[in-house]
Ligand binder design. Structure first.
Ligand SMILES: Nc1nc2c(ncn2[C@@H]2O[C@H](COP(=O)(O)OP(=O)(O)O)[C@@H](O)[C@H]2O)c(=O)[nH]1
Ligand SMILES: Nc1ncnc2c1ncn2[C@@H]1O[C@H](COP(=O)(O)OP(=O)(O)O)[C@@H](O)[C@H]1O
Length: 394
């Protein structure tokens, strides 16, 4: 598509036909952009479909749609945001399930466009509450990443959730499928990577490893802070994605100590140990100089290192588990209309001026794939003076 779209909303009327299988009896398709670029609407199978105007060919095309799609609904309203995503609010759906973002030109979408070689859009569900940023932990094999993560999960079980990666390497004795890794065939994983199911992936020590979009979604949906144990290449990919995270590199006190730990763990063959030690050298250089990492943790004394990790994550005081955001328990009206003032979206029932719902988007974090966190939702009795002058959108 090249240029970033400029959005102007233009709701189409019932009975609209665009030559594809979008229909508008149950959902109003919406065209965006002064060049009418994005069309979101109901399809024959009742699911929400997206089409993009291809200027070079002068027609609508079906893009690759990544992320979990919203469930079918009885119509929606859409608001363009920052020229890179479209807020989609589902009519007649519960507030917990009805706020979505269609990313059309975010960094993640641009990256995926390059990888997949097709037009790409990505759905991301709006999630209330302020779950903290995911934590990415990298470091050479044997440095103690797994040990530190286990300590954190044991002390704060309701706060953290582990992103279970996929890997083509064989399970170790104590490792369980779907808990430590999703152990998988290379051909299956390669197909899923092509289908855009992975947030990042890398070849590490001769095997393929990757974080699926779903692995992160599952943790976020449970209201927990996601921990990713991934290599430096993976950390670089996540840094380039729209998943805002804290990046921590764990360093050993020396290469000799690293070798001692790796051998003492006793999980690898001699050949694998040597390969991991060779790779450790490059990982250490990249970890310390690449600018990817926000923090470097030295794991000399384990207890001290763990205390430092907790400090970085703001867990060194009297910590109580972050409460899950309370469900709002409200259905979005079928006849909703939307207004926008600055970063706030005001949802009204028809032309009502009382009992309004406000979506504050100023605290949004992250984005596709999967979930956009930090949605602040609250009710107001009526529009106050400060809300005068907003733009009516739909
Ligand atoms: N890029 C990427 N790296 C991963 C992923 N999962 C694990 N890794 C990394 O792969 C490397 C090898 O992991 P593993 O086989 O469990 O061995 P260990 O590091 O010695 O415990 C480590 O650097 C992990 O951080 C993933 O999903 N993506
Ligand atoms: N600070 C430390 N001092 C000594 N041994 C450690 C320390 N941290 C971890 N270990 C041990 O080193 C080995 C490798 O740790 P592990 O957590 O499996 O590393 P990684 O996940 O980074 O590959 C394990 O046997 C672990 O018990």
């Amino acid at each position: 598509m090249g240029e970033a779209p400029a959005f102007i909303e233009d709701d189409l009327q019932k009975g609209f036909s665009n030559g594809f299988d979008l229909k508008s009896e149950d959902a109003t398709p919406t065209v965006f952009g002064n060049k009418a670029q994005y069309l979101i609407g109901g399809a024959d199978d009742e699911s929400i479909r997206v089409q993009v105007l291809d200027h070079s060919r002068g027609g609508w095309v079906n893009p690759t749609v990544l992320g979990t799609k919203p469930k079918p609904c009885k119509g929606h309203s859409a608001v363009p945001l920052n020229e890179d995503r479209i807020l989609v609010i589902q009519k007649g759906t519960s507030l917990d399930d009805g706020v979505w973002f269609l990313e059309v030109d975010t960094q993640y979408v641009r990256e995926q466009r390059k990888i997949l070689g097709t037009e790409v859009v990505a759905w991301s569900k709006g999630v209330k509450g302020n779950a903290e940023k995911p934590v990415v932990i990298s470091g050479p094999s044997g440095v103690g990443k797994g040990t530190l993560i286990s300590m954190l999960m044991k002390e704060f079980p309701s706060m953290f959730g582990f992103s279970v990666s996929h890997t083509t390497r064989a399970p170790r004795n104590m490792e369980k499928d779907s808990i430590h890794y999703h152990f998988t065939e290379r051909s299956v994983m390669e197909k899923e990577i092509k289908d855009g199911k992975f947030l990042e992936f890398a070849s590490v020590h001769g095997n393929l490893y990757g974080t699926s979009v779903e692995a992160v979604e599952v943790v976020t949906d449970a209201g927990k802070r996601c921990i990713l144990d991934i290599d430096v290449q993976g950390a670089r990919s996540v840094r380039a994605s729209s998943l805002e995270a804290i990046f921590i590199f764990v360093s050993p006190p020396s290469m000799e100590e690293l070798e001692k730990r790796l051998r003492a763990r006793g999980t690898e063959t001699e050949e694998q140990i040597l390969k991991r030690l060779r790779n450790a050298q490059a990982e250490m250089e990249q970890g310390k100089s690449s600018g990817i990492f926000d923090h470097i943790l030295y794991n000399d004394n384990l207890e001290e290192c763990y205390e430092n990790l907790k400090k970085l994550l703001g867990l060194d005081g009297n910590v109580t588990a972050t409460p899950k955001s309370s469900p709002y328990g409200v259905d979005l009206p079928l006849d909703l209309s939307i207004s926008k003032i600055d970063q706030k979206i005001i949802i009204k029932r028809g032309s009502a001026t009382e009992n309004l719902i406000v979506l504050d988007l100023s605290t949004l974090k992250g984005g596709a794939p999967g979930r956009t966190r930090g949605l602040n939702v609250y009710a107001i009795d009526s529009l106050t003076d400060e809300l005068n002058g907003f733009n009516q959108l739909s």
